[in-house]
Design a protein around this ligand. Structure first.
Ligand code: ZN
Length: 486
């Protein structure tokens, strides 16, 4: 390919607060339209906005996590446009004095560290929603979402591929969850992304003369697909010496294409001016420093800690921390195990990690639930691990026990009893079985002594049969060898 994509992302994050951005109406889903509304968020004349302190605090937390420069002074501005879901005729947003200025996000893409610049992260209010009843010649409007707090995070055009864009978004989503500022669920619209995409010749450094904005992508996959589609569409135009139009395009997911929606607005079209009804905000150094010290543990720090504390592989630690709930689940299982373990014993985390990333992840992914929603409680998971390590259940039977735990949420001991899957590790019981087999198979014993492995395997099989398939294979091997003087 002779072109290189220049991609910048604008991400809107719905902040999780009790009330809306500028009024006391509830910031929550409702089962009916226009429940969580008041005179402010429906734009009644004379109604005055007030700033939601919690939303501001959360916005600064995100800024700090993104290494942004937090402004000393910040203000709100009116962004004027007319649309039925915006009753005031303007949106309260931030123009030239955003809360968070320049920052940086580090990504590891295909083993290479990439730094994506953050241009700014500012606060604004969301609009309502238009509802188009099918077959009707009118539209309805629902203001439940109107005035809820949104944080817009704008990246520098530093992204160079669909894969990088996807990772940037996943990292951002994970960060929001660690910070506890948003559920950041893309399918539910908590995290929305617009992409600015253009191409330049490889080797060029400047910005392309045009910019295409793509909207309406509601999954990570859709973002990646839309970017790949645009790269292809724009290269074909450029190959014919045509400059792609500067425009806004919408992603049509079921067709896998983007379609032209309108020419792109310039900021002067919005006639921004300072919001006269809200005061200037002043962030003192002390307040910002305090907030920084109180930030929750972020994925990068947690990953380093996991590697150090539990001695697990870097790659496993990375996968664990990329899912907040899964990483917490892992720690809960480890602390349960630690409680049962005698001080002189060391518990190894690797089998726990392998099972969490293996059988447990497969099960929750299949059921489309999160770690927290699983019926397998961490203490039961820990008990299950212990049963395997103590040889009370074979690896194969352990899988059946786990499936049952996942289905019913029952204690693994109870399941083991009810399924009769106990593995016999008791040396006395195995020795009895071994003696019986030796007495009954003189030819087999002879062969095992002279012919080796294969004949020995026969005796192992006979002992296993004697123990109804529940013998601990390792113990059978050991005891049989001892009895045969091998
Ligand atoms: Zn309201």
């Amino acid at each position: 390919m002779t072109y290189e994509p220049v991609i910048g992302l604008e991400v809107h994050i719905q902040l999780k607060t009790q009330s809306k951005m500028f009024c006391r109406s509830k910031n929550a889903e409702a089962d009916r339209p226009n429940v969580h509304i008041c005179e402010v968020c429906t734009g009644q004349p004379g109604a005055l906005p007030i700033i939601n302190r919690e939303a501001v605090r959360k916005a600064v937390m995100v800024g700090l996590a993104l290494n942004c420069q937090v402004a000393e002074y910040s203000k709100f501005d009116r962004k004027n446009y007319f649309y039925p879901d915006l009753p005031k005729g303007y949106q309260i947003s931030q123009f030239d004095m955003p809360i968070n200025g320049k920052g940086i996000m580090e990504l590891v893409v295909n083993g290479e560290t990439r730094k994506i610049g953050i241009t700014r992260a500012h606060l604004e209010e969301d609009a309502g929603k238009l509802v188009h009843p099918s077959g009707a010649n009118y539209s309805l409007v629902d203001y439940n979402r109107a005035g809820t707090p949104l944080l817009e995070i704008v990246s520098e055009p530093d992204i160079r591929s669909a894969e990088e864009a996807k990772q940037y978004l996943q990292e951002l989503q994970n960060m929001m969850r660690y910070l506890g500022v948003s559920d950041a669920d893309m399918e539910k619209g908590h995290l929305r992304c617009d992409a600015n995409i253009s191409l330049r010749k490889i080797g060029e450094n400047g910005f392309p003369l045009y910019k295409v904005e793509v909207k309406n992508m509601n999954s990570f996959k859709a973002v990646a697909n839309a970017i790949d589609y645009e790269i292809k569409r724009q290269s074909e135009l450029l190959d014919e010496d045509k400059i792609p139009d500067k425009e806004t395009r919408g992603w049509v997911d079921d067709k896998g294409i983007t379609v032209s929606q309108r020419s792109k607005e310039e900021s002067q079209d919005y006639r921004y001016f300072p919001e006269p009804d809200l005061p200037l905000m002043h962030f003192t150094k002390d307040w910002v420093e305090k907030l920084k010290r109180e930030l929750p543990e972020l994925p990068k720090v947690r990953k380093e800690r996991f590697i150090k504390e539990y001695k697990i592989r870097e790659n496993d630690a990375q996968i664990l921390v990329s899912n907040k709930e899964l990483s917490e689940y892992f720690e809960q299982v480890m602390s349960e195990l630690a409680e049962w373990t005698k001080p002189e014993m060391t518990i190894t985390a690797q089998p726990v990690v392998s099972s969490i990333l293996g059988i447990f992840s497969a099960a929750i992914n299949m059921a489309k639930i999160s770690a927290k929603e699983s019926k397998v409680k961490p203490e039961n998971f820990a008990e299950w691990i212990k049963l395997i390590q103590e040889g009370k259940v074979s690896n194969l039977a352990a899988k059946d026990v786990f499936s049952m735990m996942f289905k019913t949420g029952e204690d693994p001991h109870v399941i083991l009893d009810s399924l009769g899957l106990h593995q016999v590790s008791d040396e006395g019981a195995i020795l009895d079985a071994v003696k019986k087999v030796i007495a009954a198979n003189p030819k087999g014993v002879e062969d095992a002594k002279t012919k080796g492995e294969k004949s020995f395997g026969f005796l192992v099989g006979q002992t296993m049969k004697e123990l109804k398939g529940k013998g601990n294979p390792q113990k059978i091997n050991e005891i049989l060898k001892k009895e045969l003087d091998l």
